[in-house]
Write a protein that binds this ligand. Structure first.
Ligand code: PRT
Ligand code: ZN
Length: 213
């Protein structure tokens, strides 16, 4: 059987449509049947795997997939050993600290000693360590923005794009700690055959990006 590059993309979510569109714009054709977990490209040596975004860094590390498209926030938070091979420029967002609207914000040192809810404890710890701040970080996996109103935390650190989720939960964004976009990651030591396929793919992505300006 011909060697194929296994590409992991998010099955359904904020990365899915743009990830699939990018692959199609690279001239790679495949059938994307609803509910399918795996599909082969018909005109390029690649196979697509449709996964939850959180699982992609580990699958790429473990070699279940060779490359993957995920948010840089997830890539950095999971401390993945995969390589970041390309910034893709879509699904842009930021990871920000936010406080209840009524709290007067004086500066980042104010977070010292606070209870902060987040799904990104590693990124937040690193940010605070760089500023000598010690906070009580509570890791929660979803609905972070309701934590202050139910008394679970004094502040949150969450993904923001338009800012309307924070606003509608009575919070205000006060510090951005990380800027994110979709990135392509690759397993280390792909071997010469897969390296060559990846190189071809990256060349096509660069052409697509150039054409868009
Ligand atoms: O099911 P699966 O686990 O695959 O998906 P998921 O629900 O974990 O992720 P998904 O699809 O929500 O997000 C995938 C990636 O998209 C994230 O890891 C980010 O890199 C990127 N992204 C871009 C965002 C947003 N924008 C975003 N706005 N991820 C999440 N949000 C959420 C945020 O958590 C908050 O709840 O949207 C809300 C804030 O949005 P605004 O516009 O109100 O500020
Ligand atoms: Zn997820």
């Amino acid at each position: 059987m011909q060697t194929q590059l296994r590409i992991a993309v998010q099955k359904s979510g904020r990365l899915s449509d743009d990830s699939i569109q990018l692959i199609r714009e690279c001239g790679i054709k495949f059938y994307n049947g609803a509910g399918k977990l795996k599909t082969e490209a018909t005109n390029f040596p690649a196979e697509l795997l449709f996964l939850r975004d959180d699982d992609i860094p580990r699958y790429v590390e473990d070699g279940v997939a060779d490359i993957g498209i995920i948010g840089e926030n997830v890539f950095v938070e999971t401390q993945s050993q995969a390589d970041l091979v390309k910034r893709l420029g879509f699904s842009k967002c930021r990871l920000s600290l936010a406080l209840p609207k009524a709290v007067d914000y004086q500066g980042v040192q104010q977070f010292d000693g606070m209870r902060i809810a987040t799904s990104y404890p590693n990124l937040l710890n690193k940010y605070f360590a760089g500023k000598g701040i010690k906070a009580d970080i509570h890791e929660i996996s979803g609905s972070v923005e309701i934590a202050p109103s139910i008394g679970l935390a004094d502040a949150v650190c969450d993904i923001v794009s338009s800012g309307s989720t924070l606003l509608s939960n009575g919070l205000k964004e006060v510090e951005t700690i990380f800027e994110s976009e979709a990135v392509m990651i690759a397993r280390k030591e792909l071997g010469p055959l897969k390296e060559a396929i990846l190189k071809k793919l990256l060349f096509r992505i660069e052409s697509v990006q150039k054409a868009k300006g």
